[in-house]
Design a protein around this ligand. Structure first.
Ligand SMILES: Nc1nc2c(ncn2[C@@H]2O[C@H](COP(=O)(O)OP(=O)(O)OP(=O)(O)O)[C@@H](O)[C@H]2O)c(=O)[nH]1
Ligand SMILES: [Mg+2]
Length: 414
């Protein structure tokens, strides 16, 4: 699920990390160069070529540089600086050319009795000890551009892609990173926040809403042809029954030949009651009858199917408006295929105009590697995704959880 998008987001993380690592290395080298210059200015003897400057706090000359303190190595085997907060610079000519830039474990023992905490060298070393650099907008420009392209290729709406980018910029720019921290963690936190902000729009607790609504709870499903409305209704009948809520199905698809037989088959398999009328009948009357039936028989939930239709089919769209007006469902759920990407997003808007939608089910998520609709639809329409359809079986229905979706995109869930 969403594999292709996941891969692209992974590439963004690597890009930013690489950029930041380069910047960290440059900042370290620069700090070191300045340190040397200041050391000279201050009349200090900078380490001779290959020497190590160890401003350790101990003046007795036998302490190792503590692990975890910022270290600068010019990479050429010349002076290396081990910083300590106390910054009493001790100088010695110990050579350790092979040392890894970030490895202070081999810090040379200090030998000497320098007392230059107030010199330029001392101050510089103290700032080095704080070991920070700041991520700037320009550091992110290239990776963000790549990410925007990747999101658009994955059929994420332009406005949503921009929102995600803005979110990441907001989280990351100006963020101070220590030389030794991992950029990966910062980027991941920024991505998580930015994605959650768009994906989580409008979320509400579906089960609580259903439990708190007066009986019977009437839910009507809308959408274009063949996206999985009837299958989703059957899955939800199972979902409610498993939670101890009784269900009656209403076949408001009086349009398509064979629709009654198809949903009757589901009803039989699920052992659920179906209310239907002859083909060509009034869908509003079917749903109305099902509500009466539920009232009379203490049924908790009415699930009303409707015929697939295009928003351009005015007659059928008017029917939806009529169901809305006459039956006034407690919830209207728009169903579309995750694989439809931006088409699904556009249709969600159009259906919402005809009969206000409360939430969305995205079916066939199991076949969707792009994730464009799953990322965009809530932000664009203001209506939350309630469920994902993840296969053709009754149990292939997953309550949509924005956190889980983001975990998936960041490669931390299945
Ligand atoms: N892989 C997969 N297939 C699904 C999913 N949901 C539905 N389908 C399949 O999609 C096809 C169409 O499903 P229906 O439920 O008949 O779609 P519909 O929206 O009711 O279609 P109309 O009534 O003709 O408008 C069927 O073959 C379903 O098995 C899903 O989550 N994953
Ligand atoms: Mg159907």
């Amino acid at each position: 699920m969403f594999d292709s998008l996941k891969e692209k987001i992974g590439e963004f993380r690597d890009d930013v990390e690489e950029t930041a690592e380069e910047k960290a290395a440059a900042a370290e080298a620069e700090t070191e160069a300045e340190t040397e210059v200041e050391a000279e200015t201050a009349g200090e003897t900078p380490a001779e070529a290959g020497g190590t400057v160890d401003p350790g706090s101990d003046s007795d000359g036998d302490a190792d540089a503590p692990e975890g303190e910022p270290t600068v190595d010019d990479g050429g085997g010349a002076a290396a600086v081990d910083a300590d907060a106390d910054a009493n610079a001790d100088i010695e000519g110990d050579v350790d050319a092979d040392r890894n830039t970030n490895d202070a474990s081999e810090g040379a023992a200090s030998a000497g009795d320098e007392d230059d905490a107030d010199t330029g060298l001392g101050r510089k070393v103290r700032s080095l000890a704080r070991g920070k650099f700041v991520i700037e907008a320009e550091d992110l420009e290239d990776p963000l551009w790549e990410l925007e392209m990747a999101l658009l290729e994955s059929d994420v709406e332009m406005s949503v892609a921009e929102e995600v980018l803005d979110g990441i910029r907001e989280e990351l720019v100006g963020e101070t990173r220590g030389f030794r921290e991992s950029t990966g963690a910062l980027v991941e936190a920024a991505l998580r926040e930015a994605l959650l902000d768009v994906i989580g729009v409008g979320q509400f607790d579906f089960e609580t809403r259903v439990r708190e609504t007066d009986r019977p709870v009437v839910i009507v499903f809308t959408g274009v042809n063949g996206v999985g409305k009837t299958t989703t209704i059957a899955k939800l009948a199972r979902y409610f029954e498993e939670r101890g809520l009784s269900v009656v199905l209403a076949n408001g698809d009086t349009y398509r030949a064979g629709a009654n037989e198809q949903i009757q088959e589901h009803a039989d398999r699920l052992d659920t009651r179906l209310i239907s009328h002859e083909q060509g009948g009034d869908p509003t009357a079917v749903v109305y009858d099902a509500v009466e039936y539920a009232d009379a028989n203490d049924v908790d939930v009415v699930l009303g199917d409707t015929a697939g239709r295009l928003h351009t089919d005015q007659g059928l769209m008017d029917q939806l408006a009529k169901i809305h007006r006459v039956v006034d469902p407690d919830m209207t759920v728009f169903v579309d295929e995750a694989v439809a990407g931006q088409d699904a997003v556009r249709r969600a808007r159009e259906f919402d105009d005809a009969a206000e939608t409360d939430g969305v089910v995205l079916t066939k998520a199991d076949a969707d590697s792009q994730g464009g609709a799953a990322i965009s639809i809530a932000h664009v329409t203001g209506k939350p995704i309630l469920f994902l359809g993840t296969g053709q079986e009754y149990d292939d229905l997953e309550r949509f959880d924005p956190e889980r979706m983001v975990d998936r995109l960041l490669g931390e869930a299945d």
